[in-house]
Design a binder for this molecule. Structure first.
Ligand code: PXP
Length: 231
């Protein structure tokens, strides 16, 4: 069974749009978990545009696994080592982007990433690198000792030709390197099924679509339907 992590960032986006206390991303997390989610993902951005430090502390206090998405900075690594979430997913971050637009440049950043990855691993945190489905990125993730990679499915979700095949090749290579495979970005009810067939896939992290769908059907129903599609 593929695990489903729900990204609650956009609940915080809506809350912050009016400077209110609602909707509460932690309440959304609890509801998602009650309806079959296996874990919660949240991205604490440098500019705190959606999730805030207090949200992360409250999400950490839940009994379910927290996948803490973060940029590779001293500030975030120090915070993660103190917080000790179940997992950290290292992502690229640019202030002006609307979402995580591409995978982490693990090849170019290899030297600077290495001490951060080691520090997180030494703190007992499962490290995941969010990468594009590129052979060199997977080889570098293996060389860095990352136990998990999350493949960026954004280009596939946008319908880019050949992208599903590229994801399949990357999935095979990830398995050959002994790395656990996760995937996410831009996934919906309509496009998720081929992704569930990636060999060795263990986890999907989905946010924007399920939170959007919740406006119409409620979060419990959107999570349950996605869980059904994953089984
Ligand atoms: N995984 C990672 C690493 C991400 O950065 C995001 C987007 O925040 C997601 C998964 C979820 O993407 P989406 O919100 O498009 O479902």
């Amino acid at each position: 069974m593929i695990r489903l992590g729900i990204n609650v960032d956009h609940v915080a986006t809506l809350r912050n749009a009016r400077g209110e206390r609602y909707p509460d991303p932690v309440r959304a997390a609890e509801l998602a978990l009650e309806n079959g989610a296996d874990g919660i993902t949240a991205h604490l951005r440098e500019d705190r545009r959606h999730i805030r430090d207090e949200d992360i502390r409250r999400l950490r206090a839940l009994s379910a696994p927290l996948n803490f998405e973060m940029a590779v900075t001293d500030e975030m690594v120090t915070m993660a080592c103190a917080l000790k979430p179940h997992a950290c997913c290292l992502v690229p971050e640019r202030r002006e982007e609307l979402t995580t637009e591409g995978g982490l440049d693990v090849v170019g950043l290899r030297e600077s990433l290495a001490p951060h990855v080691s520090r997180l691993l030494e703190a007992g945190i499962r490290v995941s690198l969010f990468i594009d489905p590129e052979p060199e990125a997977i080889r570098t993730a293996a060389a860095l000792g990352a136990p998990v990679v999350e493949l960026h499915t954004g280009a596939y979700a946008l319908g880019k030709e050949g992208e599903l095949e590229r994801l399949h090749r990357a999935a095979h290579m990830t398995a050959e390197c002994g790395i656990e495979l996760h995937a996410g970005h831009g996934l919906t009810y309509e496009n998720v099924s081929p992704i569930t067939e990636l060999p060795g896939l263990k986890e999907l992290n989905i946010g924007h679509f399920l939170i959007s769908e919740a406006v119409f059907v409620g979060l419990g129903a959107s999570v349950r339907r996605m869980k059904d599609l994953l089984s």
